[in-house]
Each structure stands twice: as C-alpha cells, then as structure tokens.
Design a protein around this ligand. Structure first.
Ligand code: TYD
Length: 208
C-alpha cells in the first residue's frame, strides 16, 4: 500500500472546494508538510483535454455513458501520473473531486446504476481510494448562484454543468448525503459559513 495520506474534497458547484483546498495547501506549506494537489476532471495533460470536452457548454449530445467513461479516463490518468507517484513519495494527496463525484453526478444525477459505477471504480481506482473525503454541504440555490457569478469571470468556458437547474443539484446534494450516510470516511461539513470557520472544521476532520 502507498505511504502518504489521500484526501478528497466533494460538494455541489459553489460549495467552496477550491477556496478551501487553497487554504489547506497554505496551511500544509506553513507546516512544511509535503503535498500534491490535483483535480478531476483534469490534473494531467490528457485529463485537462478531457476536462475541456466535459465542461465546455458547446459539448452537446454527450450520452450519460460517454460522460461517465470520460470522467473515469481522466481519473485513470490522474492516478497513474500524479496520485500513485505522490503517495509513493510519502506525500499527502489532496484531490478536488474523485469517484464520489461520479456516484453523485452520474449515478444520482444522470441515473446510471450505482453498482455499475462501483465496478468501474474497482477497475480504475483499485486500492487508490481516499482515506478521508470532505463533503462541503450547501443549499443548491446558494451554491449555484455563487458558481454562476464566478463562471462569468472565467477565461475558459466551463459552463456545461452550471447550466443544469436547482432540481438537478438537489438530486446531487441528496446523493452525496446518502453516500456519506453509508461511508464513515466521508465527513460532512456545513459550507454556508465563513471561510475560516469551514477551514477550521476541515483541519479538525483531518486531525492535523
Ligand atoms: P469542478 O472542476 O470541481 O467544478 P466546480 O469547481 O465548479 O465545482 O467539477 C467540474 C464539474 O464536473 C462539476 O459540475 C462536477 C462534474 N463532475 C462529474 O459530474 N463527475 C465526476 O466524476 C467529476 C470528477 C466531476
């Protein structure tokens, strides 16, 4: 088994994952704790290419199966090129989304059976699974408003998922909460509070 700790962050759009990962990274740097940050979809050259296909608002007619398999193609590259080597170097790996996102979005959101997603996860992830997942929980209407405001300022068009409605995000949020109820490695943290309060709770959950 790899040496380092593997932690992932999850939540619907606008839950503040990216900000919290930055705060965590600053904290780890201040403590001289070696770590690697990566994200999905993305994290590698192939993964970033797949990310453009998956998130661009002009990508239309993507079947639910194509969507699922593209996320897992990106994940497979991320494990081989970034996650496994970093864990073997003994570093902490912090991943902005991992397979729980596929269960929530492609499973609960798009209706792909969870047992099928679990089989693909076994094939692609093998033993590379987060020992801890931080689930930042927020009301869909609040998160979506935050995410849409931010997407206007982006250079890259990443609007395909943000075009979905509150009903879709309610399914995703409830899906994440259902997954968390079955898995004690997932810690739910209320995200509709100040950055510092959320950051403090993340450090407590990580016991660092
Ligand atoms: P992300 O880059 O985390 O976007 P944001 O910072 O806006 O939350 O994720 C991009 C989108 O991809 C997001 O809508 C969730 C979706 N997604 C899936 O549907 N399945 C997956 O397996 C992953 C990793 C992401």
């Amino acid at each position: 088994m790899p040496e380092g700790r593997f932690v992932s962050f999850e939540g619907i759009e606008g839950c503040g994952k990216t900000t919290q990962i930055e705060l965590l990274s600053d904290y780890l740097k201040s403590r001289s704790m070696p770590h690697t940050i990566t994200r999905e979809p993305g994290g590698t050259a192939v993964g970033e290419g797949i990310r453009r296909i998956l998130l661009h608002s002009e990508t239309i007619h993507l079947t639910a199966a194509s969507e699922l398999l593209l996320f897992y193609a990106s994940r497979s590259q991320n494990i081989a090129e970034k996650i496994r080597p970093a864990l073997e170097r003994g570093e902490m790996v912090v991943c902005d989304r991992f397979y729980h996102a596929s269960m929530a979005y492609q499973g609960y959101g798009r209706g792909i059976p969870l047992d099928f997603i679990e089989k693909v996860t076994d094939l692609v992830c093998d033993q590379y699974r987060p020992e801890l997942t931080i689930l930042l929980d927020i009301e869909p209407a609040v998160g979506l408003a935050r995410a849409r405001a931010r997407n206007h300022q982006r250079v890259e068009d990443e609007g395909r998922f943000e075009a979905e409605n509150v009903e879709f995000y309610t399914k995703i949020r409830n899906g994440y909460l259902a997954i968390a109820r079955r898995d004690s490695r997932i810690k739910i943290i209320a995200a509709d509070r100040s950055r510092q309060e959320v950051h403090r709770d993340i450090l407590l959950a990580m016991e660092i």
